[in-house]
Design a protein around this ligand. Structure first.
Ligand code: SAH
Ligand code: F3S
Length: 490
């Protein structure tokens, strides 16, 4: 699996994480095995960690047996995700017996959530580091080298790792992630992210643009601007948004909001394809769509999680918008950017969800006509408002049945959307060789649909080619390269 394919937005939490390696410095003698779980943000953070450790004498490796340091960058979003990491940790037990000097560390959301409990419960973990403490890794490793356990789970209001040039792990050199915000202030009642990733903060736009320009100069052709909620990006000379007591204080400063940042990035790298994730219906404004319409290089695709189609559920989830407001936003987007595609996240079986609420979710999906979806049975997370105040009362079998219905409907909708792309010419960025056939390329169109087509002489990775789509499966477009372009989809 290639983590650069954005469609695989969240890695299947029942599967082992992914290890990537290319961080190399010839003078480095130590080996780091770094495995990532969860969302794109974690993969992006792993690139920062690899960069910091590259300066500390570590090159990355794909072979856990030859590692001096094993780090798992973990996810807490659902219980399953945590179970998978625990199982993985137990596999390192034997390795540690054979190699007493091996250090095993846990990074990311589980580290933040469980803190010292990790050192107490999981005897084989030597190092616990939360998402805002990666700069401290060199010091923490000095502790573990001295035979002591080490932990830093302090969350920061400022840390954006703005000045750290991430080592690009595992990609094909064509697509890259650029983090623009960290943390989340939204407090959806089901969500552990505000507790594990802390307060929301935005990265200096100058450093974002510099990173994008550097990527272009290094041959990258597509970037994804990343944040838990990109629409609430707001920069005004540093500091956390909430540090300013009133709006007039903010007014005095030169502020940059998300639509402006997007405009600036699209202008700075006019031939780079630009995507962004994740959008939030409460914080997204129509000026983002205006900017999308203005720039040909911004892909016409928005991942816009909604979680439920029922107002009752949306309120209990503290999503701060109604079903109608969401549908309005989608309608405006379609007006401003007619070729736009949407994907969703849904939580099925949240506290008190009735059959009627469930039907509202299905009808909302039909109304929007999503290209893709990421659907999850509700998993209660310790410490969240829902865990404290609500009852996880939808029986597991009901959750599973409703989930199956939602997944089946999304399958139908995806197939229909893919069929709509047939018979047209699409601009596709070549991202790699198809998994199923080495004589075929795979890439994505502007709407993020995966497209496979026969390789032609002279074509190479990173080319943007015109592909006539003549068929489809539920999630893939099948096409042929055409030489002359008469119609363009984006
Ligand atoms: N804004 C974030 C959301 C992170 S969580 C982003 O960048 O995508 C990703 C998705 O996991 C959410 O949209 C939600 O659909 C799902 N999720 C979050 N908490 C959950 C829980 N307790 N149980 C089941 N699914 C959950
Ligand atoms: Fe979680 Fe809601 Fe933020 S889903 S990441 S609290 S927008």
């Amino acid at each position: 699996m290639n983590f650069n394919i954005v469609q695989e937005k969240y890695i299947d939490e029942t599967k082992q994480g992914e290890a990537f390696a290319i961080a190399e410095k010839p003078q480095n003698s130590k080996k780091l095995f770094l495995e990532s779980y969860g969302c794109q943000m974690n993969f992006s953070d792993s690139e920062i960690v690899a960069s910091i450790l590259n300066e500390q004498g570590y090159n990355t490796t794909l072979k856990q047996e030859e590692a001096d340091l094993i780090l798992l960058n973990t996810c807490s979003i659902r219980e399953k995700a945590e179970q998978t990491v625990r199982m993985r940790l137990s596999q390192f037990k034997n390795l540690k017996k054979e190699k007493p000097n091996l250090t095993v560390g846990v990074l990311g959301c589980m580290a933040e959530r469980l803190k010292t409990k990790f050192l107490e419960e999981e005897q084989l973990v030597d190092l616990v580091v939360g998402p805002d403490a990666y700069r401290d890794l060199p010091n923490l490793l000095k502790e573990t080298d001295g035979g002591r356990d080490a932990i830093n789970v302090i969350l920061s209001k400022e840390e954006t790792y703005a000045d750290i040039n991430p080592v690009r792990l595992g990609g094909s050199g064509v697509t890259a992630f650029v983090t623009i915000t960290r943390g989340c202030d939204n407090m959806c009642t089901f969500c552990v992210v505000p507790f594990t990733r802390g307060r929301e903060r935005s990265r200096d736009p100058h450093s974002i643009i510099k990173e994008c320009v550097d990527l272009w100069e290094n041959g990258y052709k597509e970037i994804t601007l990343l944040g838990q909620n990109v629409d609430s990006y707001l920069w005004y000379g540093g500091g956390a948004k909430k540090d300013f007591k009133n709006a007039s204080e903010i007014q005095k400063l030169t502020a940059v909001k998300f639509s402006q940042l997007l405009d600036m990035v699209a202008t700075a790298v006019p031939e780079m394809r630009i995507r962004f994730s994740t959008s939030n219906p409460h914080d997204m404004t129509t000026d983002v769509f205006e900017v999308m319409a203005k720039h040909k290089n911004i892909c016409k695709y928005v991942h816009l999680p909604v979680q439920s189609g029922s107002d009752r559920m949306l309120e209990k989830m503290n999503r701060q918008h109604t079903r109608d407001e969401y549908l309005d936003l989608i309608a405006q987007a379609k007006k401003i950017v007619p070729e736009i595609a949407f994907s969703q996240d849904m939580i099925i079986g949240f506290c008190g969800e009735t059959e009627e609420d469930h039907q509202m979710t299905l009808s909302l999906m039909r109304e929007v006509g999503y290209d893709y979806g990421y659907m999850f049975a509700y998993s209660e997370r310790p410490g969240t408002p829902a865990h404290k105040k609500m009852e996880d009362d939808v029986p597991a079998d009901v959750k599973q049945r409703r989930l199956a219905e939602v997944i089946a409907l999304q399958g139908e909708l995806s197939r229909k959307r893919m069929q709509g792309y047939v018979g047209r010419i699409h601009e596709v960025l070549i991202e790699g060789t198809s998994k199923k056939n080495e004589n075929q390329w795979k890439g994505r169109n502007s709407q993020n649909a995966v497209c496979v087509f026969d390789k032609l002489e002279g074509q190479k990775l990173g080319d943007i080619v015109s592909v006539m789509v003549h068929g489809n499966t539920q999630g893939t477009l099948l096409g042929t390269t055409v030489q002359s372009v008469s119609v363009e989809v984006n």
